[in-house]
Ligand binder design. Sequence first.
Ligand code: MSP
Length: 522
Amino acid sequence: MNKYYVTTPIYYPSGKFHIGNSYPTVLADFLKKYKTLQGYDTFMLTGNDEHGQKIEDTAKGLNMSPKEYVDIQADNAKKLWAKMNINYDKFMRTTDEYHIKAVQQIFERFLKQGDIYKGEYEGWYCKPCESYFTETQLVDGKCPDCNRDVIKMKEEAYFFNMKKYADRLLKYYEEHPDFIVPEYRKQEMINNFIKPGLEDLCVTRTSFDWGIKVTSDPKHVIYVWLDALTNYITALGYYSSDDSLLKKYWPADVHLVGKDIARFHLIYWPIFLMALDLPLPKQIFVHNWFVMKDGKMSKSKGNVIYPEQLIDRYGLDATKYFLLREMPVSQDGMFSPESFVERYNYELCNDLSNLLNRTVSMVNKYFDGNVPEYVGTPNEVDSDLEKCSEDVINKFTKLVDEFEIANSIQEIWNFVSRTNKYIDETSPWILAKNEEDKEKLQSCMYHLVANLREIAILINPFMTETSENILRQLGFSNQITWDSLKEYKDLKNIKVIEKGEPMFMRLNAEEEIQYIKDLMKR
Ligand code: MSP
């Protein structure tokens, strides 16, 4: 059986998830469910990145130990993912003992191999915050966190010799044109970081405590990226007594990463793997960010939306639909109350929900609920529709494989619209008046049901509840697979429910836009 290993980044536990940072997990879950439906043996990894100065400081501010703080945050994350029906296979925590031991061994190996050397780290230091900043992170020459003066300081630190691997990495990029999606992210790495001369990466600190200690020099703590990135393999048992998952699932099929952490995944991570003599992930997909009309989401701006807020009022499927539908590959996705309500009313309610309702009610009216069997294509409209039903599967599959998720969903909705148009073109209410049009009417009802079944299968990985609802109302079991798409012409003995149940009810646009605006201010 083919395997599929998909990862989200592990999150810094920094409070509640908003719709923006929940996006990578929604996307990973969609890909996992999609591949599972296609018969792959899948593994999805998510989790939290629990070390570092910030966490130490936040916990102190809350009068907690860092461990108490990260435990609470891990529980909260798991609760949210459960509410969002996220089917991850493992929740990674970098404070787990097996991860700590593995990272320590990786570090010692790099030291022994000469990949890591001891040097001096120099940067701008803020004494009250006990933090280093680079020149570019400073705001008007002052600490970006507390706005106080900073001083130039040096401390002993270990560095990873990135330069040694720069040529090998470039060669790898060249020989694996599909490694980085979208392609322009690769160019950014080459032009901005590799060509100007790759700098060695500082991988330890002595200025804080909350991290993995270097075994051979314990006053040093392993600095976050070496600790964090390796989670993708330690989660599968790398450097543990049982590495069967690693054997089965590594290399990852895809790492999903936001644009802000592209450099770490596209440069440092492949180099770490080369140094460990492990194969590289097959693909790394860099996605953009969800932003608001007035820019980045932030509590201080009063423009944050949390997934629970949308789910509680509009349902999980509408929320996931919007997130996946609204994020283009080439630019940031935008959340606005207006577009959320508009998509809900037009695409979910008018287009999809009404199509189901009309179909169920016509099958009841004309055939007592019994879906006629396939009679062929008595006219051109029917054969054209069948062609669309084949095309949409191919287009959707191709686009998902290219991570063009918003466009792949658009293709499904084009098919929904095409099916709605088919009702107008065939006018079943007129066909029903003439006995000689009976076959055409049968064919019309059959095609509507077959299309809706197909739509239910296609949306299943991201709108699972809606998908099951459609299948139930049409009289199908929800035991579907991707292969069952092939049964388009073979549906027999199907009886729809007696009265259709609306899946999405039209919203009062003005009221709901205001409702969401108010949520954003909370
Ligand atoms: N801990 C690191 C990742 C280590 S992976 C080995 C980290 N954590 S994070 O919590 O800051 O971010 C997690 C992910 O959420 C990142 O991929 C980031 O790009 C993503 N997002 C954060 N805000 C986002 C939006 N507004 N929109 C989309 N994704 C966003 O980075």
